[in-house]
Design a protein around this ligand. Sequence first.
Ligand SMILES: Cc1ncc(COP(=O)(O)O)c(C=O)c1O
Length: 388
Amino acid sequence: MRSTFLPFARPDISEDAIADVADSLRSGWITTGPKTVKFEKSFGEYTGSPYSLAVNSATAGLHLALMAFGIGPGDEVITTPMTFAATINTIVLVGARPVLADIDPVTLNIVPGAIERAVTPRTKAVIPVHFAGRPCEMEAIEEIADRHGLVLIEDAAHALGAEFRGRRIGAPLGERHAAVFSFHPTKNITCGEGGMVCTGCEDAAEKISVLRQHGMSKGAWNRYAATGTPHYDILFPGFKYNMLDIQAAIGSDQLKRLDIFNARRREIVDTYRREMGDIEGLRLPPSPEKGDLHSWHIFTPLIDTDLLGFSRDDFMAKMRAMNIGTALHYQAIHLFSFFADNYGWKRGDFPNAEYVSDRIVSLPLFPAMTDDDIADAVEAVRRICKKG
Ligand SMILES: Cc1ncc(COP(=O)(O)O)c(C=O)c1O
């Protein structure tokens, strides 16, 4: 057994990033400023997005994207039950009603046909989540959104570097579209915490830019710089969702390393597949469709609890006892107290999400994993499933 604990994820911060953070700290300018602008520019170049707006989390980004497209009370927003709370919380926080459409039990992504069935005259937006970094069926989802005049917000928290039929996630999909990325420490790149909203809509970009900083017509950088002027206007009440230059310094360096990170993620997944493909009691996630690129933010097999005779939580505890970390992405969202109490959702409403929610586990996956780390994780899974 390993003598040290292998976490399920760990960020890889370079000395260059640390030096650039120190540069910010020494410069006297540590909040939103030139490093944030530079990060936004390179992010736009990478994704092909005309506007990229840095914020302090993907949660903030989803909130602002919904607001920028005018989603609010009386509106319905369709999303998946297999997601993190932020996706649905932000719908509720703008005053709209969340509506769920079940997932495919193999790809774990929202099913376009289920979206179509959930559309009502009140539906204003749809938020597909590219689960684990596997692109959703965007052609079909785009077609549904276009036909019903819906805003399309991609929750791309897992999907930086992923591609759907050659289109990099984050590239524009018409005027009523945004994609939101997360830089939380477990994600494909990190800033500590952070997020980015990509859109091709100039009006939405302007609104997000103002809303992320109190609704002010100018950011602090424009007011306090040598050439700035002190006056500003409040265009509407906004939030404090801006990204710091300290964060952007890390983000810029991480973005430069993203393709190398993602290549290593794919290598680890290939090894997992090769080494665990024959283990009974474990269903491995499928490869992406032809022409797509998976960003493998997480690697999430399903535990066959019937065959093995123990629960997913037991599996996680056994891994922990062997010094291997795992994580749970996600518990089906509709079964949490707030959503069940307020929307009347119950077990049985979204059976595929429930099936997955009871069996899914995230194994260790991060670019700095060594080949020995991978072998340790495989060995632990093999021993646990054999005993089962
Ligand atoms: C699918 C999904 N959406 C949104 C978020 C929120 O991201 P953040 O932590 O940057 O606010 C997460 C974070 O884990 C996520 O997994």
